[in-house]
Design a protein around this ligand. Structure first.
Ligand code: 5GP
Length: 362
């Protein structure tokens, strides 16, 4: 387990509001309870409950959003989430979040995102690299040796990029607003678009114009695909050919073949899939099939808060469930570098981080 913590890691699929610490959620719930907005004891039980079905998760997100959706709290959770990932040696993080309008709070999608960016900039105990211009040339290739990663000898550094999520409840026009916002915020670390939200809600045709618009603008997309069986939609998602796909749990044989021949990289979320019923068990998770087929994939948390996991734990589960050796696990983590949405400069310095760690540990 410790080795999985020390391993440098790349996180490509983490939802901001799903990655909030339970202690923070409880603190926020207490404040709202004291104000009489919610009943603290009820909310506490829901937050502390361990098993979560897919419909329950989405009810929970509605609750989390009540707790977290004001500008200062959004800034706080963004700051904490980045700090938590950096603490377990995530060296590159793509954090995704749904920009929200909330008139009562004077919040627009833009002001929500400004609050997120403010949080990323206010992380104190690690160096957060949000834009490439943050780095001088001589800094770009320096990295933390793996033997140092667990210790305090060197300040940790994490590259952070943002993906803007389209919620499946949104209209075409709201989805287009999100894509346009991503374009506007390109120089602030926003790097891609995600489609997520309750998979039994909404129609592919509603989001397609926004996803096509992203494609025209050259913004990479990643799509939650096949969390529930839906033949027509899964086919359409594969045909759209996004830069990455999340989950791909409920594919039939033909869709599975199509995915494999497409070589579209997959974000694998083991704990999330088992908890929400997308995979029958860890042992029977489709990771093994994709891994053996040498399909491009990366190990991710999805919602580390909601599912009480961490990226180190997900790597540990891969090793313990599927019997990967340290070298294989290391190569798996390293392979994710090639799937990041960031530019070649960032990729180059991430490759250097892994090469240095490999020289030390393998
Ligand atoms: P936020 O975008 O508010 O920062 O993060 C929470 C949101 O992410 C949820 O409301 C939901 O739209 C999306 N999300 C989080 N986890 C999952 C998941 O496992 N599947 C899907 N489809 N959406 C998710």
């Amino acid at each position: 387990r410790e080795w999985c913590v020390a391993l440098p890691k790349v996180e490509l699929h983490a939802h901001l509001n799903g990655s909030v610490r339970n202690s923070t959620l409880l603190e926020l719930a207490k404040e709202l309870g004291d104000k009489g907005v919610i009943v603290f004891e009820d909310v506490k039980d829901v937050i502390m409950k361990n098993d979560r079905s897919l419909p329950e998760c989405f009810r929970l997100f509605d609750l989390f959003h009540i707790l977290t959706t004001d500008h200062d709290t959004v800034t706080r959770i963004a700051k904490e989430v980045v700090g938590d990932f950096a603490a377990e040696n995530v060296v590159y993080l793509e954090i995704r979040t749904t920009p929200k309008n909330n008139e009562a709070k004077g919040m627009t999608k833009r002001s929500y995102m400004n609050a997120v960016v403010k949080g990323l900039k206010s992380v104190e105990d690690v160096d957060v690299v949000l834009f490439d211009s943050n780095l001088r040339n001589d800094e770009k290739l320096s990295s933390t040796p793996m033997t140092d990663l667990g210790g305090d000898r060197k300040r940790k550094r994490i590259y952070v990029r943002l993906l803007l999520s389209i919620d499946r409840r949104e209209t075409t026009s709201a989805a287009l607003d999100t894509v346009n916002l991503a374009m506007e915020m390109k120089d602030q670390g926003v790097i891609g678009i995600d489609l997520s939200g309750n998979p039994v809600v909404g129609e592919w045709e509603t989001y397609l114009p926004a996803l096509e618009h992203a494609k025209e603008l050259g913004i990479p997309t990643t799509i939650h695909c096949g969390e529930v069986p839906n033949r027509k939609e899964i086919q359409a998602m594969l045909d759209f050919c996004p830069q990455r796909l999340g989950h791909v749990c409920c594919l039939d044989d033909e869709e599975w073949k199509k995915l494999k021949s497409s070589m579209i990289p997959v974000e694998i979320c083991l704990t999330s899939n088992v908890m929400t019923g997308g995979a029958p068990s860890l042992e029977l998770h489709h990771f093994a099939d994709l891994y053996n087929a040498k399909h491009p994939l990366s190990i991710c948390t999805d919602d580390s808060g909601l599912f009480s996991t961490s990226l180190s734990n997900e790597y540990y589960l891969v090793a313990s469930t599927f019997g990967l050796s340290k070298t294989e696990l290391f190569r798996l983590a390293q392979g994710a570098v090639e799937l990041v949405f960031a530019d070649d400069e960032v990729k180059k310095s991430l490759r250097a981080v892994f090469e240095l760690a490999a020289a030390e540990t393998l």
